[in-house]
Design a protein around this ligand. Structure first.
Ligand code: NAP
Length: 322
C-alpha cells in the first residue's frame, strides 16, 4: 500500500470517521427516515451479540421487527437476546448458533432456516481481524473464511428466501479501511504474500464491496448495499487494534452511532431510493476509491473473485445449489 494512500485515508478518517465526523454528518440526517414500524418483517443479523450488530438488532427490535441473532457463542448470544428483549419489549428476538468461518455449517443453517422462516433483510455484520495467520478446521485462512467466504455463502444460500419478499434487502458491514486496498485475487488466503492482519482485513472488506456490486447486477429484485460504520468503540477494535484504540479512544463513535447507517439501510424507505450495489457512509452513497488512488480492479478480477468463491463454496454445499 502506498504511503500516499495511507496518509490520505487516515486524514479522511480523522475528519469523517470519528464521533465528531458522525455529529457533523448527523446534522443533515432526516429524523423521519428511521420512524418506521417494521412489525411483521424479519431481519437476520450476523455477529449480533455485541458492538454494531447488537446496536442494530436493538434498533430494529424497538421498531417491532422480528430479529434473528446469528452468533457463535451460546452464552454471549443469550445474554444479548435478554438485553434486547428487556430494552425493546419485543419478544420476537431469536438466537441461532453459527460459526461464520465454517462453510459447511453455514450452508446447513441457511437451508434449514429457509424452510422454517421468512426473511426480509439480511445484515452481514459479523467480522474479524485475526492478526496472525490462522487456519480454520477446513484449512481456510480465518479472516477470509469469516469475512468473505462466510458472507458469500450465507448470502447466496438465503437469496431464494429473500427473492420472495417485497422490499428485500442485503446490507453488508464493510469498512472504510478497504479504500487502501485494490482487489487482489492472486492470493486470497495470503499463502505466499506477507501477512499483515490490518491489510488482510482491508482486502477482505474490499472484496465485500465488490461482491455487493456484483450481486446488485445479478439480482434486481433485492436491494444490496455495503457500508462503513466509521470508527466505533467496540470489542473488536479494542482487541484487534489495541494501539489504534489507545490513540483514538476519546474520538471513537458509540456503537449506536456506528450502527446508524446499518439501521437506515435496513429499514428506511429513503435508503432504497438509491441504486442497488452502492457503498454508504453516514446515510450517503460515497466513492469506493480515494481521489487519485490506483485501487480500481484489474480487468476480469471481479468476475474471477466470484468464480473462486463459487467453486470454493460448492465444495461445502449439501447438494449443488448455485
Ligand atoms: N468498530 C469499528 O470501528 C468498525 C469499523 C469498520 C468496520 N467494522 C465492522 O463492523 C462489524 C461489526 O464489528 P464491531 O466493531 O461491532 O465488533 P464486535 O462488537 O466485536 O462484533 C463483531 C461480531 O462478529 C462476531 N463474529 C466474529 N467472528 C465470527 C464467527 N466466526 N462466527 C460468528 N460470529 C463471528 C463476533 O462474535 P464474538 O462476540 O463471538 O466474537 C461479534 O458478535 C465487523 O464486520 C467489522 O469489521 C467495525
Amino acid at each position: 500500500m502506498s504511503l500516499y494512500r495511507n496518509t490520505v485515508w487516515f486524514l479522511k478518517g480523522l475528519r469523517e470517521y470519528t464521533k465528531g465526523g458522525y455529529e457533523s454528518a448527523a446534522r443533515y440526517f432526516v429524523a423521519e427516515d428511521l420512524q418506521v414500524d417494521v412489525t411483521g418483517k424479519s431481519y437476520m443479523i450476523t455477529g449480533a451479540n455485541s458492538g454494531i450488530g447488537k446496536a442494530t438488532a436493538l434498533a430494529i427490535a424497538k421498531r417491532g421487527g422480528t430479529v434473528h441473532l446469528v452468533c457463535r457463542s451460546k452464552d454471549r448470544a443469550e445474554e444479548a437476546q435478554k438485553e434486547i428483549i428487556t430494552s425493546s419489549g419485543n419478544q420476537n428476538v431469536l438466537v441461532h448458533l453459527l460459526d461464520m468461518s465454517n462453510p459447511k455449517e453455514i450452508w446447513e443453517f441457511a437451508e434449514k432456516f429457509k424452510t422454517e422462516n421468512r426473511l426480509n433483510v439480511l445484515i452481514n455484520n459479523a467480522g474479524c481481524m485475526v492478526n496472525q495467520r490462522e487456519l480454520t478446521e477446513d484449512g481456510i485462512e480465518k479472516n477470509f473464511a469469516t469475512n468473505v467466504l462466510g458472507t458469500y455463502i450465507l448470502t447466496r444460500a438465503l437469496l431464494p428466501a429473500l427473492k420472495h419478499e417485497e422490499d428485500a434487502r442485503v446490507v453488508t458491514v464493510s469498512s472504510g479501511g478497504m479504500l487502501v486496498q485494490k482487489l487482489d485475487v492472486s492470493d486470497l488466503q495470503f499463502e505466499t504474500s506477507t501477512f499483515d492482519g490490518t491489510m488482510v482485513y482491508a482486502q477482505n472488506k474490499r472484496q465485500q464491496v465488490i461482491l455487493t456490486e456484483q450481486w446488485a447486477k445479478s439480482y434486481s429484485k433485492i436491494h444490496f448495499s455495503v457500508m462503513h460504520p466509521g470508527w466505533a468503540d467496540t470489542p473488536a477494535v479494542r482487541s484487534s487494534m489495541p494501539d489504534f484504540y489507545e490513540k483514538m479512544k476519546n474520538r471513537l463513535r458509540t456503537e449506536e452511532q456506528g450502527a446508524d447507517t446499518v439501521v437506515w439501510l435496513a429499514i428506511s424507505p429513503a435508503a432504497i431510493k438509491n441504486a442497488s450495489g452502492l457503498f454508504f457512509q453516514d446515510r450517503k452513497p460515497v466513492s469506493t476509491h480515494l481521489p487519485l488512488a490506483s485501487t480500481h480492479s484489474s480487468h476480469g478480477d471481479e468476475e474471477k473473485l466470484l468464480q473462486i468463491l463459487q467453486d470454493m463454496s460448492l465444495k461445502f454445499a449439501p447438494s449443488p445449489k448455485l
